[in-house]
Design a protein around this ligand. Structure first.
Ligand code: ZN
Length: 121
């Protein structure tokens, strides 16, 4: 169990739960906004409509992908809080800096590991 101030953990948990609700709401809106999913628009044969649909469908797919990724990391962070191993770097098992977690509650790696990770690319 990591040495976490209880208030900080509660704060992060609330923040994550709020983010989770937000992401789920956005995911729903995104799929409703996708013109490729709307029969009325998809059947329209106006010139240029096809590319509009394709273009905006592509954007939707990207956005949906990002939202799903966000959802996955939020869920993972929340389950770590439940298990009591939240805030541990998944690479070196050191505690992740609290400031970093507050800025990015879904962080999986400590600052130095995430820097190593990005510099390798
Ligand atoms: Zn680390």
């Amino acid at each position: 169990m990591l040495n976490f101030p209880k208030n900080t953990l509660e704060f992060i948990k609330k923040h994550l739960l709020r983010q989770q609700r937000e992401v789920e709401k956005n995911l729903k809106e995104v799929s409703e906004d996708d013109p490729a999913m709307s029969p009325a628009l998809a059947e329209s044969s106006e010139p240029g409509t096809d590319s509009y649909i394709a273009d905006s469908h592509a954007k939707t797919v990207v956005l949906e992908h990002q939202l799903k990724n966000a959802k996955t990391s939020i869920t993972a962070a929340l389950s770590k809080i439940r298990k009591g191993n939240y805030g541990k770097c998944e690479k070196c098992s050191q505690a992740i800096e609290i400031g970093r977690l507050l800025a990015m509650p879904t962080a999986q790696y400590c600052v130095s590991c995430s820097q190593k990770k990005t510099s390798k690319r």
